[in-house]
Design a binder for this molecule. Structure first.
Ligand SMILES: [Zn+2]
Length: 469
């Protein structure tokens, strides 16, 4: 059997400052090496001061992933030399004296299968290495320490995944969960980085690093399973090692034999005391926790009669769920959910478009009410929605500019119905025998009015004319 586990590094992007100093956590807009101080570049004599908010946000993640949380947490030094690590050790968490990381023994259900979370730990991000030209041939490597010390949460799963597809579904659920908690924005470049490990039954474990997207991770795991199976078939032993994903050739290549934990010489970080987490700490955070995605979903179904599939899509996307919450009332909730999931999500499908969105909750309310009161057909509503997304103009202005309003004037509709009855004499005969086929004629009226005839008025007049009512 194939066993796959994950190590996920998630930046706490919604924090103001780094994990141990007051430099900005959002390092992305700085020119290289300008968002640094003696603490985050590890100058001798500098002392770390733990960011309380980082501990709070990590606790929230831990609780949302159903982890047990310890009464006391401790920080450790993980010693290794690499140019992106200015102190030559990383401050992280390690369970040397029992569980002292922010979470352990959690679980999350993926398509009916329980994936166990082994551990969640708080740690600092290293800096970034930038290679001039292709990384294999380059003579020059630049180092940017702006990212050094950014707060991270590492989530380690048990090797409970059986195939690459489960990994992808799990990561999608995790992204939605982290976004819903407002602790991290996984769509930011480098905010969520995932390493995988793969082993076949009883065999050594191989780690896969350096994968830049979820899509590539799925491919890398798939490749690694095939590679290991082929080795086993030929009787060759699988070496415990770290392999890099080669994006160009779409294969994994050996990077180094895997370090043992003892290679890191973990020891307690003496500059940060043990931190006691009181019951009040957890209670306060529980109160602040946003409604979970599954509870939102159930509420949408039970309270507003929104179909399960629509509620699934809407509740798992915080951006659109928030928009829904702001715009709906009991009467138009179903219609607004429908507008968002059928058309709006398609129109606004990138991060940039979300940031530039000119549509407000008021637009959505008005649009839904116009559909419900038959002032606007669904076809016209879609045209209006696209125009609102592009321009932000008020709905009434768009309706008159584009002449989208429904035709409700009875004499106008009667005129069109007379024309249709004339043209469709065969259909009229059929309707006298099978009254339910009257909808065909309603369709013809809609066609002639580009979908703008008020459907209920049309049906009433039609029935009257054909003696059906
Ligand atoms: Zn700093």
């Amino acid at each position: 059997m194939t066993k796959i586990g994950l190590e996920i590094h998630c930046q706490l992007t919604n924090l103001e400052s780094k994990l141990f100093c007051s430099c900005k956590a959002n390092y992305r807009e700085f020119s290289p090496n300008s968002n640094i101080c003696p603490i985050c570049i590890g100058l001798p004599g500098s002392l770390p001061a733990l960011n309380k908010k980082a501990v709070e946000n990590a606790t929230i993640i831990s609780m949302a992933l159903n982890c047990k949380t310890p009464e006391k947490i401790a920080f450790f030094r993980k010693n290794y030399f690499y140019p992106d690590l200015p102190k030559n050790f990383q401050i992280t968490q390690y369970d040397a004296y029992g569980p002292t990381s922010i979470g352990h023994d959690g679980k999350i259900t993926v398509e009916g299968k329980e994936i166990r979370i082994r551990r969640i730990q708080i740690e600092e991000d290293p800096g970034r290495l930038i290679y001039e030209g292709e990384s294999e041939k380059t003579q020059i490597t630049l180092v940017d320490y702006n990212r050094a010390g950014t707060p991270l949460v590492e989530i380690v799963t048990e090797p409970d995944f059986e195939n690459p597809k489960q990994v992808r579904v799990f990561l999608n659920i995790l992204v939605d969960l982290l976004t819903n908690l407002s602790v991290s924005d996984p769509t930011l470049e480098g905010a969520l980085r995932v390493d995988g490990n793969v082993s076949l039954e009883g065999g050594n474990k191989v780690e896969i690093k350096n994968v830049s997207s979820f899509h590539d991770l799925e491919k890398a795991i798939h490749f690694e399973i095939t590679r290991q199976q082929s080795l086993v078939e030929r009787g060759i032993e699988i070496i415990s090692e770290t392999r890099q994903w080669d994006d160009r050739r779409k294969i994994t290549v050996s990077a180094r034999t895997k370090e043992e934990e003892s290679d890191y010489r973990y020891f307690l970080e003496g500059d940060i005391p043990w931190i006691k987490l009181s019951p009040e700490h957890f209670n306060k955070l529980k109160e602040k926790m946003p409604e979970s995605i599954s509870s939102k979903r159930d509420r949408y179904v039970n309270q507003y009669d929104i179909p399960g599939q629509v509620a699934d899509i809407l509740s798992s996307d915080k951006f659109f769920a928030d928009l829904f919450e702001k715009s709906h009332d009991v009467l138009n909730a179903k219609e607004i959910a429908n507008i968002i999931t059928t058309d709006l999500m398609g129109f606004v499908d990138t991060r940039e478009k979300r940031e530039d969105l000119k549509l407000t909750s008021q637009h959505l309310t008005e649009l839904a009410n116009a559909i419900i009161s038959n002032k606007l057909s669904r076809i016209s509503a879609k045209i209006a929605l696209q125009e609102i997304v592009n321009t932000g103009k008020p709905l009434s202005e768009i309706i008159s500019e584009k002449d989208l309003g429904n035709v409700s004037d009875e004499s106008e509709i009667t005129e069109i119905i007379d024309k249709v009855i004339n043209e469709e004499s065969n259909a009229v005969k059929e309707i006298k025998e099978k009254p339910e086929t009257v909808n065909f004629l309603v369709g013809q009226v809609m066609k002639k009015t580009s979908g703008k005839a008020n459907p209920s008025t049309t049906l009433t007049i039609l029935k009257k004319k054909l003696g059906l009512s």
